[in-house]
Write a new protein. Sequence first.
Length: 146
Amino acid sequence: TVLSQIAATTFGGHGVGFYVIQLATALILAVAANTGFSAFPMLALNLARDKYLPHLYMDKGDRLGYSNGILSLAFGAIILLLIFHGSTDALIPLYAVGVFVPFTLSQSGMIIHWWRKKPGYWWFKALINFIGAAISVILVITLFAT
């Protein structure tokens, strides 16, 4: 990775600092990979309660987790890996779109929230969210253009 190359240049490729950076990167990626499996089943549960997904997503498994949501996410990941033959060059743009479109929507939603509620310093809070939405939408447009 680029981070590995920077760490190799900075720490000489075999120093303690290099291995600390590699370990930290691996741990961060492991946590990031797990977030989908911890958050999606809860999202599916809430959507099933609101009748936007089948009720089977409300069933808890033997380990008190929402197994159907976990299995659906794993199945979807396997399908994407098979379709794209595990090519990170093809999968990373999908990931980027999946990250920045929700960022854009959430930042835009917060602008509307501050506009409607108008608490103290609401304009400053809306400005912060506007900047976030603008950056996110620029990234989304760039992703779709390339």
